[in-house]
Write a protein that binds this ligand. Structure first.
Ligand SMILES: [Zn+2]
Ligand SMILES: [Zn+2]
Length: 244
């Protein structure tokens, strides 16, 4: 199973990096974790046909994490019709937000047509579901106040992948990281304190308690990138491929 980092930037494109998009190639199933506006071109650049995608899992409904979906819809309507439906799994409200986003972005091109064949799945916190043979356990993380932001623990082909989504530190990560093959964790800041994003200092304090097999930091802002020389944890780069 391979993880292709299609985009490890934040909403600002810090460091010239793509928005969030992580492709898991499990041979029989290909799926995305988050889908920012730059994800479709990055997926093509990585050599994957958009048609090969089985499912997209969304951590939350911020533009840098789900704003790429309308481009996939357009692709499937006009360029690469699908033989089977795309599965889209996200927090409550995903289907409504995506339908209205598609309409806003493409107007007439979206107007007369239904979405390409899509099966929507609602990810409720703490309720495990299986989507396209991928088992996913979503859990709520501290990032938004009213809307739900999720961390996602995925199991496929005997491997486990934990993805923080966007989140401040929470001890819940300790529970879910235990024994996982890879923890892909956002780290927007180096030492700036905020209530909705991680900083490296707090992560560093918790490293001895994190019992995952591998940890990679992602979603880095300018301040974090500027101080990367002081970081002792592996950092994501656009275009790298990680064997899980
Ligand atoms: Zn983000
Ligand atoms: Zn966010």
């Amino acid at each position: 199973m391979k993880l292709h980092i299609l985009g490890c930037g934040d909403a600002f494109g810090s460091g010239g990096r793509n928005n969030s998009g992580y492709l898991v190639d499990g041979a029989e199933r290909i799926f995305l974790l988050d889908c920012g506006p730059t994800t479709l071109p990055a997926m093509k650049r990585a050599g994957f046909s958009p048609r090969s995608l089985d499912a997209i899992f969304l951590s939350h409904l911020h533009g840098d994490h789900f704003g790429g979906l309308p481009f996939f819809f357009l692709e499937y309507l006009y360029e690469s019709p699908r033989a089977k439906p795309l599965h889209v799994a996200g927090p409550p409200g995903t289907e409504e937000r995506l339908r209205s986003l598609f309409q806003s972005m493409f107007g007439d091109a979206a107007e007369p047509k239904e979405l390409p064949a899509t099966v929507f799945h609602v990810l409720e916190p703490d309720r495990q579901v299986t989507v396209a043979d991928v088992r996913v356990f979503p859990f709520r993380v501290p990032h938004q106040v009213r809307d739900i932001s999720l961390g996602l623990k995925l199991s496929y082909q005997g491997k486990q992948l934990l993805y923080s989504g966007d989140s401040a530190w929470t001890d819940v990560f300790l529970t879910h990281a235990q024994g996982t093959d890879l923890f892909l964790c956002e780290c927007s800041f180096f030492d700036r304190e905020t209530a909705n994003h991680m900083n490296y200092r707090i992560l560093q304090q918790n490293l001895p308690r994190l019992r995952c097999k591998r940890l990679i930091l992602t979603h880095m802002g300018e301040e974090m990138l500027a101080r990367r020389g002081e970081v002792s944890v592996e950092l994501a780069e656009d275009g790298i491929v990680v064997e899980i």
